[in-house]
Design a protein. Structure first.
Length: 234
């Protein structure tokens, strides 16, 4: 394992304002269901210049297509967790239309930024295009293997698709994310668009991309998993 700098030391160094990203070239619960929660207000919090670097390797969902960068769920998570004493620097590497193959091609450049944690949000476009499941899983396996070799903390966001290509494809698609995450010891969110995907009022007119409120709900789902991983970096 790599040596980690205690957060208390990090907070004594210079800071960046939350919401700013690094330049990118290319069981039961007492809580109400996510769809019933009010959007959570966040205040600007300073981000230490040497806080952990978190890369979101994703597609148009991570990118927050048609929204401002501050409304996309990665930025919402950065603001929320900084407010709770878990600041991180953010590289939102969400690229509209990207696939697992595309993510694999740009992985080395992203690793040159020296992240400590990577959130993998890829595969949705593969599924919508009917790319063979073996190819999707092979690409995802290669991404996760490279991240494991670097000793990075990893969070895999699971996905689902409609039955356009048949039930077998749909079920196989959903299952491959957990299988890949388990194989490489990554933390896993079973379906990160739970309560948002297929809900008209939480998606833009295209029916595929969440509204600002929809991104709040995505942040609700991902937050506890990202929080747990960040705590291991302290």
């Amino acid at each position: 394992m790599f040596a980690r700098i205690p957060l208390a030391r990090r907070l004594r160094h210079g800071a960046l304002l939350v919401g700013c990203c690094l330049p990118l070239a290319c069981g039961g619960s007492d809580d109400p269901p996510a769809a019933q929660r009010e959007p959570r207000a966040t205040a600007a919090v300073a981000i230490p210049a040497d806080a952990p670097l978190v890369v979101f390797l994703g597609d148009s969902i991570s990118a927050g297509l048609h929204l401002s960068k501050d409304e996309a769920f990665p930025a919402l998570l950065q603001a929320r967790l900084a407010e709770d004493g878990l600041p991180f620097r953010l590289v939102n590497a969400g690229v509209s239309g990207d696939t697992t193959a595309g993510g694999l091609r740009r992985l080395e450049w992203l690793l040159s930024q020296e992240p400590e944690l990577v959130v993998v949000e890829l595969g949705g476009n593969d599924g919508l295009r009917g790319i063979p499941l073996e190819e999707i899983e092979s690409n995802l396996d290669a991404i996760l293997r490279r991240l494991r070799e670097r000793g990075l903390a990893v969070l895999v966001l699971g996905m689902r698709i409609p039955t356009n290509y048949g039930v077998d494809y749909e079920q196989g698609f959903a299952a491959l994310f957990r299988r890949a995450a388990d194989q490489h010891g990554a933390r896993f969110v079973p379906y990160f668009m739970q309560g948002v995907g297929g809900v008209p009022e939480l998606n833009l007119p295209d029916g595929l991309h969440p509204t600002a409120e929809g991104h709040e709900r995505l942040a609700d789902t991902v937050e506890p998993h990202l929080r747990a991983l960040l705590e291991t970096l302290l």
